[in-house]
Ligand binder design. Structure first.
Ligand code: AMP
Length: 417
């Protein structure tokens, strides 16, 4: 087998100890907060019909045009690995009765985008996300942002920056496109090839072009809200006022639009200085998505788990490996003692004690080495001498002291409060 065969595909990673302990801590913290806000978990399939994504996210977006993993199932149906969570959750919401149109749902899991892998940008990455379905209301948007910050703080993170903007209403999109096109036209020849195409098809998409030249041109554009009606600007003002009342510092970024077509009204992004070039930690926004013949409204967010784990580690929140350490290791001399200790091993575990043992019949010396490696503070030894007396030898690995105990006393030692 060549070296490549043992590695995951480019842009994908195995996640294991010790990092996985940090991930579990993040997941536990997120669930705790979601439940406090009345959200329940939904686990939608990783594969969906391609149209679930193209219709919701938009045909002209980078995600749909360049980044989706698409394939055909055996019946020739076009399917895709989910590049984000909202489209699938909304497909689920549309599949139920009217109560689902006001559901509060969260998810945790992998997403797939065929991007160029680099630090902080993966092809399989993971998101924690939430969707609060229901009609547009600045208070609902402010609550959703507060929830997202609460999740991050519960994980132990601080120091992020929040930028907010508005995408206005679907009926204002034509005016926004026309306004941006007119403003960009004089410098159209300086834009990259993609952006020259976008100028015709969807000028909004020039705002998230990653090329330096385009970014400089775009930075001088008027705010997108200047092409919208008064009601959309008032919606943004009210959302900002509510964030202020919740003591959530936020800044309007007049050119923030985010890369997907389904957004209306509030969009936002959170960055963190520890993340370097890929500093987007999380995003969110209000959307209106047509699915199964009806339009569903909601507001939601996604937090990138890889980036959250990186930011936490930079802030000194490290994986807690101690939780996975056994409290006691069992070591047997000979096959008869191994079977006695296997029974004790299970008796301890059934009583809630984490216990480990090498069951492959290695020497006592090798078993003591294994106990050290596992980091167990206690070892229980059973040799022929102990077996003939019907006792166990309990050894304190820190001090080295040891003493004999009967089974009842031993179980009591590990289970006493
Ligand atoms: P988006 O849906 O693109 O707004 O992504 C939401 C969050 O997911 C981002 O802020 C990132 O933290 C994370 N994310 C998006 N794409 C990737 C990727 N390719 N690799 C790692 N994290 C990502």
């Amino acid at each position: 087998m060549s070296a490549g065969e043992t590695q995951p595909l480019p842009g994908m990673s195995d996640l294991c100890a010790p990092e996985v302990f940090l991930w579990q801590r993040i997941e536990d913290a997120a669930r705790r907060v979601f439940h406090r806000y009345g959200f329940t978990e939904v686990r939608t399939p990783l594969l969906e019909r391609l149209s679930v994504f193209t219709r919701a996210i938009g045909e002209g977006t980078d995600v749909v045009q360049k980044e989706m993993y698409t394939l055909q199932d055996r019946g020739g149906r076009e399917i895709a690995l989910r590049p984000e969570g909202t489209a699938g959750v909304l497909r689920f919401a549309a599949d139920g009765g009217p109560e689902r149109a006001e559901a509060r749902l969260y998810y945790l899991g992998p997403m797939f985008r065929a991007e160029r892998p680099q630090a902080g940008r993966k092809r399989q990455f993971h998101q924690i996300g939430a969707e609060a379905l229901g009609p547009p209301a600045p208070a609902a948007d402010a609550e959703c942002i507060a929830l997202q910050l609460h999740v991050l703080r519960e994980c132990g993170l601080d120091g992020f920056a929040l930028q907010v903007n508005t995408r206005g209403l679907p009926e204002e999109r034509a005016a926004v496109s026309a306004g941006l096109r007119a403003a960009l036209q004089p410098r159209a020849h300086e834009l990259c090839e993609d952006c020259r195409r976008r100028l015709e098809t969807n000028p909004l998409r020039t705002l998230d072009c990653k090329q330096d030249g385009c970014r400089a041109i775009v930075a001088a554009l008027p705010p997108v809200s200047s092409f919208m009606g008064e009601a959309s600007r008032a919606y943004l003002d009210e959302t900002m006022r509510l964030l202020d009342r919740l003591e959530i510092p936020a800044r309007i970024n007049p050119l923030l639009v985010r890369g997907l077509d389904y957004y209306i009204h509030t969009v936002w992004e959170l960055t963190h200085p520890a993340l370097g070039a890929q500093d987007a930690l999380a995003g969110g926004g209000r959307y209106r998505i047509e699915v199964g013949g009806r339009a569903l409204d909601g507001v939601g967010f996604a937090i990138g788990m890889e980036r959250l784990a990186l930011a936490l580690q930079a802030a000194g929140v490290t994986p807690d490996a101690a939780a996975a350490r056994p409290r006691v290791w069992l070591a047997a001399a000979g096959a008869a003692q191994t079977s006695d200790l296997l029974v004790l091993l299970q008796a301890l575990r059934k009583r809630g004690v984490s216990a480990g043992m090498d069951l492959s019949g290695r020497s006592m010396k090798a078993q003591m080495r294994a106990a050290n490696r596992a980091g167990a503070p206690w070892v229980v030894i059973r040799g022929e001498a102990e077996a003939s007396k019907g006792v166990y030898l309990l050894k304190d690995m820190a001090g080295g002291a040891q003493r004999e105990m009967g089974l009842a006393e031993l179980l009591q030692h590990f289970t006493a409060p």
